[in-house]
Design a protein around this ligand. Structure first.
Ligand SMILES: [Zn+2]
Length: 137
């Protein structure tokens, strides 16, 4: 039991500041655990595999494969006027599976296992959303 909020550390959020700053430069960063060598997704302070706090950022290749996907025909909120769009899990070469969008291809051109590469959509707020498109070749 703690005495009060001042007895616990209060790191300044967001812990993902470096991740988002890199996206604005067209780079996808991942974290690696320095104790168990796991690649960590989503970015966070603690390794979810061994609880180590010793992690480091590294530049991902930006390449992966579609692990799963669906074509949404009805969007809501900011996505209301852009249907149909593709929501997918992409398995990165480094291992993590990340939820994202696939752009630049119709749904019938997609398949589980299709090679994809990262592209970035500028948010207009100093960051960019990583999305993926079919890889050339
Ligand atoms: Zn670890």
């Amino acid at each position: 039991m703690t005495d009060g909020p001042e007895s616990l550390p209060a790191p300044a959020p967001p812990v993902t500041k470096e991740f988002w700053a890199a996206t604005a430069q067209g780079q996808l960063l991942l974290k690696r655990c320095l104790d168990c060598d796991s690649v960590i997704w989503y970015p966070r302070v603690i390794c979810p595999h061994c609880s180590s706090l010793r992690t480091e950022w590294f530049a991902a290749s930006g390449r992966g494969r579609i692990y799963s996907y669906t074509v949404n025909h009805r969007g809501e909120g900011a996505y209301q006027d852009c249907a149909p769009f593709v929501l997918a899990y992409v398995e990165l070469e480094e291992g993590p599976r990340i939820m994202t969008n696939i752009t630049g291809a119709e749904g019938d051109a997609l398949a589980v296992g299709l090679p994809v590469e990262v592209v970035f959509s500028d948010t207009g707020a100093g960051s960019a959303l990583p999305r993926f498109r079919p890889a050339p070749g």
